[in-house]
Structures are given as structure tokens and as C-alpha cells.
Design a protein around this ligand. Structure first.
Ligand code: URA
Length: 272
């Protein structure tokens, strides 16, 4: 069949792939999106275009581009005195390269702003990007069912390590997470939860600055520390619900983690 000559066949093939969950397409050759993002950040931080544009380079943590973007994020985040202002500041922020890689909008949070538990996922997917709220797709629906079964609905504030959908649902890079981190830390300060649940390896590694995989980190309590040392909270890594959809046998472990978490959450707080 020559697809190029038969538009109905092309349409049907595209519908088939869309049903199968394929929502992004790629060129034959790889594109260095990090370098593109770096070039963009440089262009934004240099209003006078006198000098020829520097060649894009791979952005690494600690590079001037990332350092400048993190400083901008810190300044913008610290000026926010409530969650509404924080959501607006995130939406207006141009320092994260993900914003220019096909995301429709910033996806910030859902849940009560005084929740005792904060859930931090990896980053928005296609459904979240379309609806503007975290964990609203299939994985999010599973998460909601688990939270309901653990009587945690309405007691959780849900957000992510990055606020724009990584293209093709890839894992966010440490650089993208580092640029978004000041906003996330500000959200933690404003919500002031009693503990964190870190959903998936990319969240657990970024928040805890650990290298182990999620299967080794999950179910163990760690101490999350704010970058300036001003705040510390107990944090429990667990398996990502998207992983549980692919590996239903792992649900038992995730359920154990949730029970570990609720047991601590419901324990009366000791007076200071
Ligand atoms: N996966 C995540 O990590 N976060 C979301 O918001 C959705 C899917």
C-alpha cells in the first residue's frame, strides 16, 4: 500500500497510533533540545544583539545559563506570598527550556493549599498539558483511587518537579528540574505540609539528591531539606502510578508505601 497516495490510509494509520498512545513523532536524526534551550536562555538574557550569537552548547548544571535561570526563578518565587501568585509567576516564567518545546500551558498543582501531605510527581503528561492540572490522566486516576482507598482524598496537594510537559513524555532532565526547583520549594513553604510523597524515580532522585533507583528508594523514609536549609520534612519515595499501570503486580508495594505514609500522617504530632 502506498500511504502517500491514499489519505484515508494515512488517516487510519494515524488514528491507530493515537489509540495506541503515540502522541509525538520524531525526525530521523536526534535533536539536542538541551542545546536549543541553552541558546534560547542566552538570547533572552542578552538584550543587545551586537555580538554574534554564541554556538549552542549542552547545558550542564552549574553552567551560567542554568545559574541565571535558577536565580531568576528564585527571585520570582520568593516574591510570591500565596499559591495564586506562585501559579501566575510560574506561568510567566520563561527560564525553563521545556516551555518552548511544545507544552500548551504551565501545569502547577491541584488540591487544598493547606494539605498535610504534598505529592510530588515527575512532570506533566499529555492529559495534564491539555487540562492544566497534574495527575489527571490514566496514571492520575489510579493515584486518585489509591488515595481514596487510603482516605487521603482532600488531604493532598499534588504537584510535579517540572511545570511544563517534557516532549514525548520523556523524563525531565536534572537541569529542567533545577530551574523549576525554586518554585517547588516555594510551594512547599506556602502549603507547609507535614510530609512529602515522592512519586517515581525522577522525583525521588531530584528531591533527595540520591542516585539509587526507585525500587531501592521506595518505602523508606528520608529527610528532604530545602536548598537554603530553612526547612526539613520527612519524605517517602514510592512507585509511579504509570509504572503500576504497566506492572500491576507492583501495586502491592505501592499500597504498602501508602499505608506506611498514612500511619505516620495520622500519628498525633508531638508538641514542640
Ligand atoms: N506523571 C507525573 O509524574 N505527573 C503528572 O502530573 C502526570 C503524570
Amino acid at each position: 500500500m502506498n500511504l502517500a497516495l491514499d489519505p484515508r490510509a494515512v488517516e487510519s494509520l494515524l488514528a491507530f497510533w493515537a489509540d495506541a498512545g503515540v502522541d509525538a513523532s520524531y525526525a530521523e536524526a536526534p535533536i539536542d533540545r538541551l542545546a536549543e534551550g541553552a541558546a534560547l536562555l542566552r538570547a533572552r538574557s542578552q538584550p543587545t544583539p551586537a555580538a554574534p550569537a554564541p554556538r549552542p552548547t549542552l547545558v550542564v548544571a552549574g553552567s551560567p545559563d542554568i545559574t541565571a535561570a535558577i536565580a531568576q526563578a528564585k527571585a520570582a518565587a520568593s516574591a510570591c506570598n500565596d499559591l495564586e501568585a506562585l501559579a501566575a509567576a510560574i506561568a510567566a516564567f520563561d527560564g525553563c527550556a521545556l516551555k518552548t518545546q511544545g507544552a500548551k500551558q504551565a501545569v502547577v498543582s491541584r488540591g487544598p493549599g493547606n494539605a498535610p501531605l504534598m505529592i510530588i510527581g515527575e512532570g506533566p503528561g499529555a492529559d495534564e498539558d491539555a487540562q492544566g492540572a497534574p495527575f489527571v490522566g490514566r496514571a492520575g486516576q489510579l493515584l486518585d483511587r489509591m488515595l481514596k482507598a487510603a482516605s487521603l482524598t482532600d488531604r493532598v496537594f499534588i504537584t510535579n518537579t517540572v511545570f511544563w510537559r517534557p516532549p514525548g513524555n520523556r523524563t525531565p532532565t536534572p537541569q529542567e528540574q533545577a530551574v523549576c526547583a525554586p518554585f517547588l520549594e516555594r510551594a512547599i513553604a506556602l502549603v507547609n505540609p507535614r510530609m512529602l510523597m515522592l512519586v517515581g524515580g525522577a522525583s525521588a532522585k531530584a528531591m533527595l539528591k540520591r542516585e539509587e533507583g526507585i525500587l531501592s528508594l521506595r518505602g523508606r523514609w528520608f529527610e528532604w531539606t530545602a536548598s537554603d536549609g530553612s526547612n526539613e520534612l520527612p519524605a517517602l519515595p514510592t512507585l509511579h502510578p504509570a509504572f503500576l499501570l504497566r506492572q500491576p503486580a507492583a501495586k502491592k508495594k505501592a499500597w504498602q508505601d501508602l499505608l506506611t505514609l498514612t500511619e505516620r500522617l495520622d500519628r498525633p504530632e508531638r508538641p514542640h
